[in-house]
Design a protein around this ligand. Structure first.
Ligand code: GLS
Length: 830
């Protein structure tokens, strides 16, 4: 088959031409129809959004055959369905991705051109659904792409937030947040299912009663009930013939509340109830802020978990008449602890609503659920104060007590007398104020627990979940994260995609190990120049966007040195700032100094309540202003803060990077996934041995990776030996100069107070060991600068990075989840 495709006969060409032509004609017709019948617009009045909507509907229509087929598989009892429960799905714009996966990008372009429209302009029209904070939500989206591509029946379950992650603007160097009104102009990709709704109870109390069989049972009498309505979005696999389902829940008021509104007083009460109900799915919470006390957040988690589990129970009962076999129908993955209330909710559904005995229910629950941990940061581990938990989920608290009682009894049986161990393992934290520890709940209720990179899984076993690992080592496994090459290469880097495909065919899109086929061309002159040309073009495009959004002019010939990710102290954006100031000082001391010209590109949002992170953004911008405008620098260094980093912007940034900054303190970044996107697009990495960096370096080869800094073990040794940042400050001249300048107001118009909190933290605590890693980082960056001057060698390293990135495809990760955790298989080919 391959040879036919490679050497088409004239007859084949004719047929292909015809097929293409008819696809173009059909699309043209469909777009015009939707413009008229769906958008109700005559051609003369159609806005860009009308054209976008019409095109989107025409594309969605083309997904329906596969989608309906996939939906009908839900009823097939032979097929296990993967149910991915996630409070976040950072899908990114749908249109481009669907055109890629359906293989109709070019026909769409032609059809629009014939209608006088530009596809690229319509692609820019789409408001991206920002229903996630960063890596964790984007991972869920990559996994849905891979599930559909690998033909695995799957449903992604989450929340249809009315407002996603805020839009970021930069005003006077500070971050300003604006609400994300992504639904403002309509969402052509979703289909509302008003008939698929579930009631979700909140608050109230529980009562015991004896049922007709004489068993004591529990009834939950809530003080509120809300309704979840399903909104479905199709997720097309890459030319796989399978389209999976993303089902997001919107909260609404239960009608019965409105009907009670027969007098004025009740009318207002009914309106209040409606407001409360609709608030639940109103807004995505930014992470990196303390959760304690955010009752609404717990309400959101329970709301979507309950709707999703009720939906699975309904689907299962369409297949079988008993829930005994529920675990054969669904493999439910808990994406972090956000959905971990599922442990108690599935127990409640089985025991209270379906009259199961406790032990049978527990067996089903554990066989169904599995838990992925995504962080080791203690402050990010979810825990809910008991009184708050009890006020929202009184029945679940009882169930959790019972789960905990039985679990700790088992522990005590094996480890007699070890009360400390029991206290450490307990789902209830009893040290001082009492909390429900969600990671413990998820661990106890799951048959598999995984970390997201090899190092992270090891650290999980040694730290956060040490006691669990010691009592149940068999539950633990590692699944290193991956990203989809469809969005992160084919869609976002068409130039490189074309070049690679010309050389090795397009098999790598679904089998990226084939990228190894590029290795023989590493030293090939023509290939190298073509490779450089693609990178250069991507950099020019980004330079244009930077100019338009920030007014800053950057040189595409300079080294594009990029640090884009959420702003967090552990990710050490301020270490990068220290590096830039160091280079700046070298120029100031010797204006003729031979520095490799660089463009430093920062991007990322700070949680609105995270003061230090916001101050870091201000520092980047203030420092940038000074550096960019200094005549001594003569444009050799340029600092850019690219506002509103999101999926859409990422698609422009990763392909244009020369250097990928992965500089977190070792042991803090669970995996990282941006690191993979950069390397897949030919950027070289400067990084610590943290998260998936370790494995990326193993794959691409140590000689093609710029490594620096303390290891996780050294970090923990240094800390336990009593780390004193002042010692490092005292010893390193360039470091001291840079810190003194920040403190002295060089970047704040003489204001010594502005960055004082940052400076004080660095000098007195430095939790993330910037000072200890500073010199190693600077030295390594000097090696980067030298390497970039050897264009040939740099290009070779870039090619080898891409050639060896196969492991980091989300397809590989999903295959591992399927075989090691879910026991799920692909649908047979039709
Ligand atoms: C995160 C981690 O911080 C990232 O390192 C990881 O790549 C991602 C996906 O596993 O999950 N955990 C988290 O809470 N947000 C993340 O991005």
């Amino acid at each position: 088959q391959k040879s036919v495709a490679a050497v088409p006969s004239p007859a084949d060409e004719g047929r292909e031409e015809f097929r293409r032509g008819s696809a173009v004609d059909a699309l043209t017709r469909a777009i015009l129809d939707h413009l008229y019948f769906t958008q109700a617009r005559p051609l003369t009045l159609a806005t860009r959004n009308d054209w976008y909507m019409a095109l989107a509907y025409a594309v969605r229509d083309r997904m329906l055959d596969d989608w309906l087929k996939s939906l009908s598989h839900l009823r097939n009892r032979e097929l296990k369905i993967v149910s991915y429960l996630s409070a976040e799905f950072l899908m990114g714009p749908h249109l481009g991705n669907n055109l890629v996966n359906l293989g109709i990008m070019e026909p769409a372009r032609e059809a629009l051109a014939a209608l006088g429209q530009d596809l690229d302009e319509l692609l820019r029209q789409e408001e991206e659904p920002g229903l996630g904070n960063g890596g964790l939500g984007r991972l869920a989206a990559c996994y849905l792409d891979s599930l559909a591509t690998l033909r695995v029946p799957a449903i992604g379950y989450g929340i249809r937030y009315e407002f996603g992650i805020f839009d970021q603007e930069i005003r006077d160097g500070w971050q300003a947040e604006k609400t994300d009104k992504w639904l403002r102009l309509g969402n052509p990709w979703e289909i509302c299912r008003p008939e698929i709704t579930y009631e979700v109870k909140v608050g109230g109390h529980t009562e015991r009663f004896t049922d007709e069989k004489g068993c004591v049972r529990v009834r939950w009498v809530p003080n509120k009930v809300v309704k979840g309505v399903a909104y479905d979005t199709p997720v097309a696999g890459y030319r796989s013939g399978v389209t999976d389902l993303l089902r997001l829940w919107k909260s609404e008021a239960v009608e019965s509340f409105d009907f009670q509104a027969f007098n004025v007083g009740d009318y207002y009460r009914a309106v209040e109830a409606k407001i409360f109900s609709e608030t639940i799915s109103k807004v995505l919470y930014p992470n990196d802020e303390p959760e304690i006390g955010k009752a609404l957040r717990l309400g959101q988690q329970y709301f979507f978990v309950s709707c999703s589990l009720q939906d699975m129970v309904r689907i299962h009962l369409l297949r079988e008449n008993s829930l005994d076999t529920f675990a054969a129908s669904f493999a439910v993955q808990l994406n972090d602890t956000h959905p971990s209330i599922a442990v108690a909710e599935l127990m409640r559904l089985l025991v209270d609503e379906h009259q199961f005995e406790w032990d049978a229910a527990w067996q089903i629950t554990r066989a169904t659920l599995a838990y992925t941990n995504h962080t080791l940061l203690p402050e990010a581990l979810e825990k809910w104060p008991l009184p708050l938990f009890a006020s929202i989920l009184p029945r679940h608290l009882e169930i959790i007590y019972e789960i905990n009682r039985r679990f700790l009894d088992e522990v005590r049986l094996v480890h007699q007398g070890d009360d400390q161990l029991a206290a450490r393992l307990s789902i209830i934290d009893e040290n001082g104020e009492r909390y429900v520890r969600m990671a413990h709940l998820a661990s106890v209720g799951s048959h598999a627990i995984n970390g997201v990179a090899a190092l992270h899984t090891e650290l999980l076993k040694q730290t956060v979940l040490k006691d669990f690992y010691e009592i149940h080592p068999e539950l633990f496994r590692n699944v290193t994260n991956g990203v989809t090459p469809r969005r992160w290469m084919v869609l976002s880097n068409p130039g490189l995609t074309r070049l690679i495909t010309e050389r090795i065919g397009d098999g790598w899109v679904t089998n990226p190990d084939e990228l190894r086929g590029l290795e023989p061309f590493v030293a090939d002159q023509t290939f190298q120049s073509a490779w450089q040309k693609v990178k250069r073009e991507n950099k020019s495009v980004l330079a244009g966007v930077i100019k338009a959004r920030t007014g800053i002019v950057v040189d595409p010939a300079s080294l594009f040195d990029v640090l884009v990710k959420r702003i967090h102290e552990y990710k050490r954006q301020h270490l990068k700032v220290l590096h830039i100031i160091t280079l700046y000082n070298r120029i100031k001391h010797d204006p003729q100094a031979d520095v490799t010209p660089r463009t430093f590109i920062f991007g990322g949002k700070a949680a609105p309540g995270y003061f230090m992170a916001k101050l870091i953004i201000k520092l980047v911008n203030s420092m940038g202003e000074v550096v960019n405008s200094d005549p001594d620098v003569a444009d050799r260094l340029k600092v850019v803060f690219f506002p509103d980093f999101n999926v859409t912007n990422g698609q422009m940034v990763y392909p244009a990077a020369d250097l990928s900054e992965q500089i977190s303190t070792a042991g803090k970044e669970a995996s990282g996934t941006g690191n993979m996107k950069f390397s897949l697009n030919g950027a070289l990495t400067i990084g610590t041995l943290d998260g998936a960096n370790v494995e990326i370096r193993e794959e691409v080869g140590a000689e093609n990776f710029f490594l620096f800094g303390l290891t996780a073990a050294e970090v923990s040794d240094l800390k336990s030996g009593g780390y004193d940042p002042r010692k490092w400050y005292g010893e390193k001249t360039e470091l001291r100069e840079a810190i003194d300048q920040i403190a002295g107001g060089l970047f704040s118009h003489g204001d010594r107070g502005l960055f004082q909190p940052l400076v004080e933290h660095l000098l007195n605590r430095d939790d993330y060991l910037l000072l200890a890693d500073y010199q190693a980082y600077i030295d390594c960056q000097d090696r980067v600068s030298a390497a970039f001057r050897d264009r040939k060698r740099w290009t070779e390293m870039s090619i080898l990075n891409v050639a060896r990135m196969g492991k980091f495809s989300s397809d590989r990760a999903i295959r591992e989840y399927c075989s090691d955790i879910w026991q799920a298989s692909p649908l047979p080919q039709d």
